[in-house]
Design a binder for this molecule. Sequence first.
Ligand code: ZN
Length: 330
Amino acid sequence: MLALLTAVHAQPIYLPGGGCRGPATVRPIPLADLRRHITAELRAAGLELHVVHDGVSERVLPRRDGAAKLSDLSREALVVVGCAVNRDRSESEVDWIKENREGQVVPLTVWEDEGRLTVAEGPPVPPLREASRGDVASRFGLQLDRDGDAEWSPRLAAGVEEALQTLAPEELEVVRAVPFQRSDAEPPMSWMGNPAAAAYRRDGPERAFLLYDTVVTARGGFVGSVTSPHHPAVHTIVHEMGHALDDHPVWNGQLAADRRPAHRLVEEVGPVAVTAYAAGNPKEAFAEAFALWKLDPDALRRISPATATWFAEGHHLQPRQAEASELTDR
Ligand SMILES: [Zn+2]
């Protein structure tokens, strides 16, 4: 549905789970007031408001006869629009999960493109399913280990399963050689200053995905389209899988460091930071782009069509072929 949009910016920033901590999220104001505030704020910001309904984007404000009305939007969608108007929304897209009054989780996406703010709302979704750790390990042929007091919850097992299901066979082959380790260690701080939920670690020949206690407690965001949203834990796990692909020992053994997928992505496509986190370094840019390619390819196409094409053509899996063709060219 989102492929209708043609937002192409030079360097837009996408913030999965960017969230919003404005007053609109904490103050339950009457619906009529909420509509009035939002109408005034959109007008002051010079923005049109569009809403995606059954795959079709329709202008809601300024009002057009016979078109959708602001009063057709749910409270949750209005709150997210209110947040989007009030935050620094420059060239960004925010995926958001909002609990409605029935306690159901509603996925919403809001993005801005050339003076128009568009909101899309999905049907309520259940949180992470539950799965058995043993079933997931045997179905995918991989190791799900743990240290000390760390426990594998059925939801975390389901999160790992959901992440694995997004992989193509060649990607799965690389990832399944890396054991998952539920870790009871204190999570390290990410470069953005918040505790990490997971990490990819290589220590000599030993590699592992570390999953900290923080991995399933993330709240407030999702990644994916509103019709197929993923829990933030799934995004984190796919991101770490991206690091493992970039760090594939076969490639490292045969290639100079600058032929690794992360470096080639920057060289061949340019320095595209698809999220705020991706701005850290080429490895993070690759892992974030990979996660978005797997979980929300439509958003990646909007943000960076060249990056989406690079993944679609399998360049992240062909460093050896790229090397070989260069040798013949020489
Ligand atoms: Zn990372």
